[in-house]
Write a protein that binds this ligand. Structure first.
Ligand code: AMP
Ligand code: ZN
Length: 666
């Protein structure tokens, strides 16, 4: 082994150890700063010596790889679902069934919490992490390996004595702390909050940009090992040892000698579940002895040796004092129930969403009604039903707001839309503030030194009415504002100035045209290249663009026909905001690869993977993550996987080298 290789290996081991201590044991053994220094050192060595590339290196955990289409993979072992039970009687029935089938009443159980997230199957070969696949329909799921690799509490190279070829099953979850932090950031950016941790966790697995996934505080809780190696006799033992080698197996798991002890576990966590750092919706009870598990086997959809016990959602009753209406950035109105504060699932509930007018009608909810509130899967509690027995005789039917609570404008509701809207786009405070907050947010213009609250303050002070006004702000105007020091005023103005460098695709997203999200903005920019081309395009031209439908097209046309918007865009232009693709990036764009689909695989020398992918797209080609009949070329680098190679050969896809590719576009 060369010294360089040794050096690389030592660094990887050291960093893996620190990761394990930090994420697995919750016990940091190095400062963040020193960790970063070492990681950079390793990164440098790896870039200089690409022949030692290893997908499981700690450097690979920051993400960066983009997956456009997740490859469908058949599970080696089916991922079953679980039978549910809702009462102690159900559990006793289950016990009877399995006792009969086993011909024994000597059965021990493990009790685990039912972690509420997205299930994942991690494959390890030779003690190394190979791939991660979602449950999908149980027979096949999506390959989300690049995203899962960024979750640092998953050991890519479990250390110590364990089985070597196995599948580890677990749940990808978003701990409550992290979830709330993500939402705080979204609010600060003027974005809508995520509804609940579970959907956010499972949505994260399918993000295209693994660097985005790396930023999310996801975690993976493990609950089952599947292997042919008969190293352990019991399920409990296999999990306890999994924890020792670095997997996050919650300490809450417990053994129960009888169903009575199972009841104790259920009762304990039913009352203490609000104290957990993550959400749980029940308990999973499993037969502990692996031999017995095998004897019991499976029904058509679930193991006979396990059962889930679902906690009842907590409900309380309280009184509705008032219905208020909130106005969002796009003018959408959300009715909110203001309740007599009440304790529910560990938090004080004062408000509940009523969604829209239909919901209010369906519930027939009225002021002073007593209502039942439930904490379901969502963070914001729901009103389940009105207690009509407590309704007073003089109660009055709720009439939905007719005017905007902020600006008095008459609300509108278009057919097929569940929500009412305030059409006063340019005169309604929350819409004005919301649009500017969206404009400055991280994924849009990413303006440093300016936050959501300051935007609101600046608007109240009459200094800004729209995002173009930002560029007229002077340091002297800002300093006198509350909580504003000279330094922060300077930073703010400098941050705004710097946003003139933000590329057109982000600017287009920042404009906040309804239905034009990040991805749509990218598509439009690629096709139209400038705001002028986009704003003068007619309906037919717009819908001819890949993935642009009627709804988006109409919204762009409405935006472009509005005089106020035309003036705004003119002002942005005169301030030097990027409203077209820069000459420099246009220069490198051709149609040479038009109509060709590429798959990129392996390690490259002249270009990074991302540069390579960008070059494909810049020249009119498409990048796909998986090989199919439609693939035209595979750009193969070093260490391309043998399975990919075989697939390419069977499908007759042309395999080209990095140099071939460069020749193609030059
Ligand atoms: P269901 O989706 O209701 O069929 O329940 C089955 C799912 O529960 C599995 O796919 C797992 O993702 C999830 N689950 C959560 N915690 C556990 C656990 N401790 N043991 C087994 N499955 C669990
Ligand atoms: Zn309004």
């Amino acid at each position: 082994m060369s010294t360089i290789q040794q050096q690389i290996q030592l660094l990887r081991e050291e960093l893996n150890n620190h990761n394990y201590n930090y994420y697995g044991l919750d016990n940091a053994s190095i400062s963040d700063y020193d960790f970063d220094i070492k990681l950079k050192e390793l990164e440098k060595l790896e870039t200089e010596n690409p022949q030692y590339f290893d997908a499981n290196s700690p450097t690979q955990r920051v993400g960066g790889e983009i997956t456009k289409n997740f490859e469908t993979v058949t599970h080696k072992n089916r991922m079953y679902s679980l039978d549910n039970s809702y009462s102690k009687e159900d559990l006793l029935d289950w016990e009877k069934r399995i006792q009969k089938k086993l011909g024994s009443d000597d059965i021990e159980y493990t009790c685990e919490l039912k972690y509420d997230g997205a299930s994942i199957n991690l494959t390890f070969e030779n003690g190394k992490f190979i791939k991660a696949v979602t449950r999908g329909d149980g027979f096949q799921g999506d390959d989300v390996t690049t995203n899962i690799r960024t979750i640092k509490s998953i050991p890519l190279l479990p250390k110590g004595d364990y089985v070597t070829d196995f599948e580890m099953r677990g749940e990808i979850i978003l701990p409550l702390d992290g979830f709330h932090k993500m939402n705080e950031e979204r609010v600060a950016n003027g974005e809508e909050e995520y509804r609940n941790p579970r959907n956010t966790a499972s949505g994260s697995l399918k993000l295209q940009d693994s660097a985005e996934v790396a930023k999310r505080p996801l975690d993976c809780l493990l609950y089952q090992v599947v292997t042919d190696e008969r190293k352990y006799k019991t399920h409990y033992e296999s999990l306890e040892n999994a924890r020792i080698v670095g997997f996050k197996v919650p300490k809450t798991i417990a053994l129960a000698k009888s169903i009575d002890e199972v009841f104790d576990f259920v009762n304990l966590w039913d009352s203490k579940r609000n104290e957990l750092p993550y959400e749980t919706d029940g308990v999973v009870i499993k037969v502990n002895d692996l031999q017995q598990q095998e004897e019991l086997g499976y029904t058509a959809k679930a193991p006979r040796w396990a059962i889930a016990y679902k906690f009842k959602a907590e409900q309380v009753s309280t009184v509705l004092h008032e219905i208020t209406y909130q106005v969002g950035r796009t003018g959408a109105i959300t009715p909110v129930a203001n309740l007599e504060p009440v304790q529910l699932a560990g938090t004080t509930v004062k408000r509940a969403s009523l969604h829209n007018a239909d919901q209010i009608e369906k519930l027939d909810i009225r002021i002073n009604d007593t209502v039942f509130v439930e904490k379901g899967g969502e963070i914001i509690p729901k009103i389940i039903v009105v207690d009509f027995t407590k309704r007073s005789a003089d109660s009055e039917l709720t009439i939905y707001a007719q005017n905007c609570p902020e600006c008095e404008t008459e609300l509108i509701r278009t057919e097929g839309d569940a929500k009412h809207y305030c059409p006063n786009e340019f005169g309604c405070a929350p819409q004005i503030t919301g649009r500017i907050q969206h404009y400055i947010s991280r994924k849009a213009m990413d303006i440093d030194g300016l936050g959501g609250e300051t935007v609101d303050l600046l608007r109240k002070e009459g200094l800004i009415q729209n995002y173009a006004d930002l560029y007229d702000l002077q340091v002297e105007q800002v300093i006198p504002l509350e909580r504003m020091a000279e330094k922060s005023a300077q930073n703010m103005v400098a941050g705004i100035e710097k946003s003139k460098e933000i590329p057109f695709e982000k600017v287009l997203f920042a404009l906040g045209i309804r239905f034009v999200g990040e991805t749509v903005a990218k598509k439009l920019v690629k096709h139209f290249k400038s705001i002028d081309n986009l704003m003068t395009a007619d309906f037919e031209t717009l819908i001819s663009v890949d993935e642009i439908g009627d709804r988006i097209a109409q919204s762009i046309i409405d935006f472009s026909n509005d005089l106020g918007n035309i003036q705004l865009i003119d002002r942005l232009k005169s301030h030097g905001v990027q409203l077209e693709v820069s000459a420099e990036s246009l220069e490198n764009q051709t149609e040479k690869l038009e109509g060709n689909i590429f798959v990129v695989s392996g390690v490259f020398h002249q270009l990074t993977r991302n540069e390579l992918k960008k070059a494909i797209e810049d020249n009119g080609g498409k990048v796909s993550s998986s090989i199919s009949k439609k693939t035209n070329y595979i750009v193969a680098g070093d260490n391309m996987g043998p399975s990919k190679l075989a697939k390419a050969e069977t499908l007759g896809v042309s395999i080209i080298s990095e140099q071939d590719f460069i020749d193609m576009i030059s």
